[in-house]
Design a protein around this ligand. Structure first.
Ligand SMILES: C[S@@+](CC[C@H](N)C(=O)[O-])C[C@H]1O[C@@H](n2cnc3c(N)ncnc32)[C@H](O)[C@@H]1O
Length: 460
């Protein structure tokens, strides 16, 4: 992209104290910066309470939980977490925030024959047992730092929700993911970046600049995913737990770039979200909404997608300039042809049957059509995409790997994968040894572009 910050220096536009990590978080209700923030607040061993005039919020393992009432996908609520923190029971607070929502297990045949009060007691004992077992296994998994351990934690958390587990386990390297990475180049390394609905932080990791760690902030309502991001996937970035339906928990004019990847079609408050993105950004901020579902195309995962025209009219209320591009045009141009040029804008009516679209939004007068997607992969640590397993019959100086698709639904959600990712790859010994030593050599470049090598920590 054209040098967006050439004409206006950040300090000229940002009178805000919000860029200072000690004042980053503001209450979405009253707008006050929360007291209790300090420069080490995002460290994974930090617990505490953050306050404003109207509310008190828990800080759990370096993640501010800006929630009143129940946490999403969980059985616990923020009042309980505050009580545990006040009592100094930090580990208990962490475990309760992490455990997935559990329904009472199906009653045992014999339990059905018991009087209802006895049956209820039996069921709650069953649930207690289940939770104790969950916690015990979880604590064992936390001690494991070997390759594949993050994936084992994801599987343990999601249990029988295999599609969600596969999504987060094998996120890196998908064509949709590579397109989002290409669009993430529309920001400068030193910019402050917000990743809204960041999940387990795969993309927050890429947005975070190793030269100024912490300038990428990931936000999600699922505490477990954020904890995984903060401890395993992107420990140098910062993470905040919040449901965006209530607004964004930041002061004004904080961010230079915001990303919403595979996210905007899941929320109801779409108009509020765009107004909030404008508020937490400034005149030169670029917002990328990638992998956005189209209401005209039915998909297996339920969502609240709009038509391309619907998105366009919401965007026009808040942003001066926007560019809508089909997923297929971006796949062709940035991934298959490896071009650094952004494809041209497409009209909403031309995208009526396109399963996924991408939006680039800004209020900057410098927004142009000659934008360049140059990649800056400083600090990346590459490893082989976990979708590939090493073949046992590998011999000599070359290591052979084959792709294993986790499920049919995974392939249905990522139909481009079959055409795009090679079923089998062979890597020479010098690449394997560079990977083992966390070194980058130029021969890796095409493998990174194809999603064979992905930027993930060794224990992922
Ligand atoms: C499909 S995942 C996308 C994750 C990530 N952006 C990516 O591209 O891999 C959608 C994420 O949005 C989060 N989410 C959904 N509704 C939300 C809300 N109202 N507020 C905050 N996060 C939400 C979910 O917890 C989930 O992690």
């Amino acid at each position: 992209m054209a040098p967006r910050n050439a004409a206006i220096h950040k300090d000229d536009i940002l009178s805000t104290e919000g860029r200072d990590p000690e004042n980053l978080i503001a209450c979405p209700g009253c707008g006050e910066a929360l007291s209790g923030q300090d420069e080490h607040m995002f460290d994974a061993e930090r617990f505490g309470l953050l306050r404003c005039s109207c509310s008190e919020y828990p800080l759990i393992a370096g993640i501010p939980v800006i929630v009143r009432g129940p946490l999403a996908d969980s059985n616990c609520d923020s009042e309980r977490l505050c009580t545990l923190i006040r009592a100094g029971e930090h580990k208990q607070a962490l475990i309760e925030a992490l455990a997935p929502r559990q329904k009472a297990p199906k009653p045992h045949q014999l339990t059905r024959l018991l009087p209802s009060a006895v049956a209820a007691r039996a069921r709650s004992a069953q649930l207690r047992d289940f939770r104790t077992k969950w916690r015990h296994q979880f604590e064992m998994l936390c001690q494991d730092e070997s390759p594949g351990s993050a994936i084992r934690l994801i599987r343990h958390y999601f249990g029988e929700r295999y599609n969600a587990a596969n999504y987060f386990s094998f996120r890196a390297g998908q064509p949709k993911y590579l397109i989002t990475l290409a669009l993430s180049q529309l920001t400068n390394a030193a910019d402050w970046k917000l990743d809204v609905g960041c999940g387990a932080g795969h993309i927050t990791r890429i947005l975070n600049n190793s030269q100024s760690p912490g300038n990428a902030v990931g936000l999600d309502r699922n505490f477990f995913l954020l904890w995984l991001a903060n401890t395993r996937v992107a420990p140098d970035a910062r993470f905040v737990c919040c449901d965006v339906e209530q607004g964004l928990p930041f002061g004004d004019s904080v961010f230079d770039f915001a990303l919403l990847s595979n996210f905007y079609h899941f929320i109801y408050q779409k108009r509020l979200m765009l107004a909030e993105l404008k508020r937490v950004g400034h005149a030169n901020t670029v917002v990328v909404i990638s992998s956005l579902r189209n209401r005209n195309v039915i998909t297996p995962t339920p969502n609240l997608a709009l038509s391309p025209e619907g998105y366009q009219s919401l965007v026009d209320e808040q942003f001066e300039a926007s560019r809508m591009i089909s997923e297929s045009a971006l796949l062709e141009q940035t991934v298959l042809k490896a071009s650094n040029e952004l494809p041209p804008a497409e009209r909403p009516d031309a995208l009526k049957d396109e399963p996924m679209i991408n939006l680039i939004l800004t209020n900057s007068a410098e927004f142009s059509t000659t934008d360049n997607l140059e990649s800056e992969n400083d600090g990346a640590v590459y490893r082989i995409n976990p979708l590939y397993r090493r073949r046992p019959d590998t011999r000599g100086n070359v290591a052979a790997f084959e792709a294993r698709w986790p499920s049919e639904q995974y392939l249905e959600d990522n139909p481009e994968l079959r055409a795009y990712l090679r079923d089998e790859i062979e890597l020479p010994a010098d690449i394997i040894s560079a990977l083992d030593q966390h070194e980058y050599v130029s021969e890796m470049e095409p493998l990174v572009r194809e999603g064979v090598l992905v930027d993930l920590p060794a224990s992922y």
